[in-house]
Design a protein around this ligand. Structure first.
Ligand SMILES: *[C@@H]1O[C@H](CO)[C@@H](O)[C@H](O)[C@H]1NC(C)=O
Ligand SMILES: *[C@@H]1O[C@H](CO)[C@@H](O)[C@H](O)[C@H]1NC(C)=O
Ligand SMILES: *[C@@H]1O[C@H](CO)[C@@H](O)[C@H](O)[C@H]1NC(C)=O
Ligand SMILES: [Cu+2]
Length: 361
């Protein structure tokens, strides 16, 4: 069956080439016809899952573009993006452009997987609502040791007096299985804003409780019901305390807890699950936009500066506001990424979701 699938894919590609699909692509670039369609991880075939994971590992082997004179621990193309996220941490979270920046960042990653690592598909997303309530969390197909990203870290004792102790955490050590286990130098940067070479294993610290509380359909519905972008952005990001989390924090702390990289505001993209979580946040935003596309393709607000919701330090973000993915792509503006399926006519983004969330009465 898998062999058959491979043959079919090869056949379709050959046909596309033969029928004269545009050959204007840069070297290695996959010819793209219409929007890429992003799908949920568990609906991919085993062959699609393994080619995605293989492309992720490929980015981890490709040499970085960040100049060596920056004197950092940035080694791979994968690290280039982690580094970009660390450098901009306080400029891109709890701001009006949080969602726009991360939308662009995930699209740049998707393009790198395709153009630099021969991946043929779209960036998959992770619909975590399917993995709640709490007692189903650890059994999610996304954590599968063979067809997923591996599971929890080894249990490590915590410190209940630590204010960063995530309620319900259950792991904390190196991941035990899956494609990223047993690699003592998988992560090169962090913790926090440290960018010198610091080889670490990938760690996770599941909190099924946290995931159950913030990632179920009830929280997603609450998010979709926001009347305007200002309100929407704040429900997604929530506040800085664990109790005030939204779906964004739900994914970061549900997987990363206190000790996992994905729970670290700076180094979180070091865990490849980051990109599937953020693809789904993007899908939540697109679902919300689609409820009133006429108004919501241009609805943007929220502070330029971190948590400046009262506009004491500056104003709000507008469609002209710049977004940077560092060495990995050209700067664009918020306005450039409001429409995920702009395609053609200088459209920066060209993808769709196979399915969006709907607002239930
Ligand atoms: C959603 O359900 C979870 C699990 O029962 C609960 O802990 C959480 O408080 C609920 N959230 C909302 C917004 O109702
Ligand atoms: C900034 O955006 C918020 C909503 O995100 C809004 O309530 C506020 O009035 C805006 N401030 C200005 C100066 O436009
Ligand atoms: C891209 O934007 C960043 C900040 O948003 C800025 O520091 C950088 O100079 C810009 N790069 C270019 C080439 O305009
Ligand atoms: Cu981020």
């Amino acid at each position: 069956m898998q062999l058959l699938k491979g043959i079919q894919t090869g056949w379709v590609l050959a046909t596309l080439l033969w029928t004269g699909a545009p050959v204007t692509a840069r070297p290695h670039q996959q010819p793209q016809q219409g929007p890429l369609v992003r799908k949920e991880w568990r609906t991919l075939s085993n062959h699609e899952k393994s080619s995605y994971l293989c492309a992720v590992k490929c980015l981890m082997r490709k040499p970085a573009l960040t100049p060596a004179f920056d004197n950092t621990g940035v080694i791979s193309r994968y690290d280039d993006l982690v580094y970009t996220h660390i450098l901009q941490t306080f400029d891109i979270h709890y701001t009006g452009h949080f969602l726009a920046w991360h939308r662009y960042y995930v699209a740049v990653y998707e393009r790198m997987l395709r153009d630099e690592c021969h991946y043929q598909g779209a960036q998959p997303y992770w619909d975590w609502t399917l993995d709640t309530p709490a007692d189903q969390w650890a059994a999610s197909p996304i954590f599968d040791p063979v067809t997923g990203f591996g599971g929890n870290g080894a249990p490590v004792a915590g410190d209940p007096t630590n204010p960063m102790e995530v309620p319900g955490r259950t792991g904390g050590g190196c991941v035990q299985d899956g494609p990223f286990a047993g690699i003592p130098d998988m992560v090169h940067l962090g913790p926090m804003d440290s960018v010198t070479y610091n080889p670490q294993c990938l760690k996770r610290d599941f909190s099924p409780y946290f995931a159950g509380r913030y990632l179920a359909m009830n929280q997603t519905q609450l998010t979709l019901a926001a009347p305007d972008f200002g309100a929407f952005g704040r429900v997604v990001e929530g506040g800085p305390s664990f109790d005030a989390s939204g779906v964004h924090g739900g994914g970061h702390y549900g997987v990363g807890g206190t000790y996992g990289q994905i729970g670290d505001l700076y180094t979180s993209p070091a865990d490849p699950i980051f990109y599937l979580h953020h693809a789904n946040l993007d899908r939540v935003w697109w679902s919300w936009q689609k409820l009133d596309l006429g108004a919501r393709l241009t609805d943007i607000s929220g502070p330029i500066f971190l948590m400046d919701y009262e506009n004491l330090k500056g104003g709000n973000v507008t469609l002209e506001f710049p977004l940077s993915a560092g060495v990995s792509a050209a700067n664009v503006t918020v306005g450039d990424v409001m429409n995920i399926a702009a395609c053609g006519q200088n459209g920066v983004l060209c993808y769709e979701y196979d399915e969006v969330y709907t607002l239930q009465g």
